[in-house]
Design a protein around this ligand. Sequence first.
Ligand SMILES: C[S@@+](CC[C@H](N)C(=O)[O-])C[C@H]1O[C@@H](n2cnc3c(N)ncnc32)[C@H](O)[C@@H]1O
Length: 397
Amino acid sequence: MQQGRPVSHSQFSPFWPVFVDEIIPTWVKRTYSQKESWKSKPFTQQDAHFFYQGIEELSDLFTEERPSHMPAYFNHAKFRSSYLLYFLPLQAAKFTVLFEQHSLAMKAALEFAHQQDVYRVLDLGSGPGTASIALLLRLLQEKKPLPPIEFHWVDTNAAILKDGEELVAAIVEKNPKLKGKLTVRSYVGRWEKTQIDSGPPFALTLLGNVINEIPGASALEKQAAHRQLIKYFECTRGGGMLFVEPAAKLPSQGLSLLRNEFFESGILQEPTSLWGPCLHSGTCPMSEGRDWCHFSVPVQIPGNWFKRFSKGLGSERQWAKYSYLWLAATDHPAPAPKKTMRRVISDQLPGPLGKKALLLCEPNQVLRHPLPRHPKSSLRRGDLLDVGRPSQRGPTN
Ligand SMILES: C[S@@+](CC[C@H](N)C(=O)[O-])C[C@H]1O[C@@H](n2cnc3c(N)ncnc32)[C@H](O)[C@@H]1O
């Protein structure tokens, strides 16, 4: 699938609407309503109104430039409940899009899990297990029987871990295919320092919107954190390690720097060391400067309550926006990209004489390239373009 192509309802699990329109609202109301008598009643527009305030406040916190130390928002019931109702589906949708785009990585993870007879997933800064839940909803669509699934969740906030565990139990309850198959092991603490139970290697390691929560760390703390990430990577096979961060400049460039460090450490060496988004192993040209590597994919996220909340925030969510980095496990490399293939890293830009251009990612530099004529004229951020022989390429930016 082309990176920037739309993701429709049909690419989400058929169980998704049940999860976001029934399980989450019912559970949130039962757990977080202020009055005992409300808890057993259906979730209504009045409840949506009540919980919306937290959604709005959290949205401001996440959208604005992150403070150097993020407040511990999950210490507050108001923010846990609003996260579950709105941000969990939103972030899970980004993982769903990436799982769809990198189906080969997902296949490698599942094959490895079958070989090990356990699908072991490490989810760092898991919150309510958002990334793992996106995976679980995808696995529900598998035709073959699933191996036992083990989620290992690490988060500093015990309450949000517990919320996630209960939501997962509700998913299992409604899916006989998962009965007796799934265990969640939660670790309360900082992922940089957590000792994970020993066992077979992970088939997939997931990090959603968590790297950007360490910007206030000192250089030494950051180095230690990066070393720890390398250790987690070394315990991962199959589908490798996926980081998803906000599309904003700071977190995206943080991810590019992290990518460069992985290459400098020698643990990644080839273009096949990455599932995406990069097609080369040179230095990322966007780890500093004006541009940054991020993506926006048209997406129809299912869910009636989700739609209402997003309209309340200003517009219906029709794009999944994120930056990401997907490292391929050493023994499960990604396919070698064609040498003349480039990743488009901008939308179409106006050029001289009305001609449009695109930015392409090259090792160490960003290249401005004329927009090819039809049939590629719909090319946009995230797509792949075969530039042919190097002499056909445009001037550097
Ligand atoms: C924005 S939330 C993302 C939650 C989830 N991964 C998602 O994508 O929805 C960030 C989470 O990271 C956790 N977190 C931040 N720094 C952490 C650290 N050093 N160790 C463990 N968890 C951390 C927070 O408690 C919070 O649950």
